[in-house]
Write a protein that binds this ligand. Structure first.
Ligand code: HEC
Ligand code: HEC
Ligand code: HEC
Ligand code: HEC
Length: 155
């Protein structure tokens, strides 16, 4: 019976292990949020929470419904692929308001806006139009020579 001579030690280790597992199960029960794992490795109810966020972007079609003159101009130049709200920011509050004229969006600061896309940078594709903004404009506003909706000079 020498095999079981020290069985007491094994018993204590087993008890400790059981206690550890029990503690883990209890802690997990309180620590894991409700709905976790419902659809995958995240909280299921979070989908509803995200859906409840207010929408900030109206989308180009909505803008064009009221600003057809701008839309027409934009479509005729190389900014045709740039969305209204890429330049004007999220404007659902303006577009969906009962009185859009009373919630006019501020006009963008052209220098900062244009430079964001057109400031010369070696990491940009070579054929993308880019300038050294300060040297090119001489500090003048970009919009005194370029119409943002039809950027070719003189257009
Ligand atoms: C329901 C009609 C409507 C929709 C939709 C709409 N607008 Fe407007 N917008 C107006 C009106 C009205 C004015 C005020 C015009 C004025 O006072 O000359 C205005 C003014 C503006 C101005 C300011 C003009 C200025 O001179 O200060 C900007 C910029 C603008 N809208 C951008 C947008 C963008 C971008 C969208 C799409 C996200 C949009 N609008 C959607 C009706 C609309
Ligand atoms: C490339 C950036 C850019 C895009 C794209 C753009 N805008 Fe503008 N928009 C501007 C800037 C900059 C001004 C301010 C011009 C100024 O200060 O004279 C402006 C001015 C305006 C104004 C004021 C009146 C006017 O005609 O100047 C309206 C309204 C307007 N934008 C609506 C729109 C709508 C609607 C779209 C999409 C169909 C759009 N914009 C797309 C940059 C942009
Ligand atoms: C969100 C990015 C973005 C912003 C902001 C932006 N542009 Fe552009 N711009 C473009 C794209 C995209 C093109 C077209 C490139 C192409 O066709 O390969 C373009 C083309 C141009 C061209 C060439 C036009 C031609 O016909 O040769 C000029 C000039 C220009 N933009 C000036 C401006 C000015 C001035 C502003 C500020 C009012 C501005 N851009 C703001 C993205 C932008
Ligand atoms: C004094 C007038 C003037 C001002 C101010 C001005 N531009 Fe220009 N820009 C021009 C002219 C003219 C051209 C056409 C040059 C050409 O075809 O060689 C041009 C061309 C461009 C091009 C096209 C370059 C290419 O390789 O096709 C971009 C982009 C541009 N400008 C951006 C801007 C930005 C951004 C600002 C403001 C920081 C600005 N411009 C201010 C007159 C101006």
């Amino acid at each position: 019976m020498r095999w079981f001579r020290d069985a007491g030690h094994l018993g204590r280790v087993a008890l400790l292990l059981l206690l550890g597992v029990g503690l883990f199960v209890v802690a997990r029960h309180f620590a894991v949020p409700r709905g976790f794992g419902q659809y995958g490795h995240y909280r299921g109810p979070v989908l509803k929470e995200i859906r409840a966020h207010p929408v900030s972007y109206a989308g180009r079609e909505v803008c064009e419904g009221c600003h057809s003159d701008v839309a027409e101009k934009l479509a005729g130049g190389r900014h045709k692929t740039v969305g209204c709200e890429s330049c004007h920011g999220a404007q659902a509050a303006h577009a969906n308001s009962d009185d859009p004229g009373a919630h006019k969006p501020p006009l963008p600061n052209a220098l900062a806006l244009c430079a964001r896309c057109h400031q010369q940078n070696h990491s940009k594709p070579k054929n993308f139009p880019q300038v050294d903004a300060m040297e090119h404009s001489g500090g003048e506003k970009c919009t005194s020579c370029h119409n943002p909706h039809q950027p070719k000079p003189g257009a």
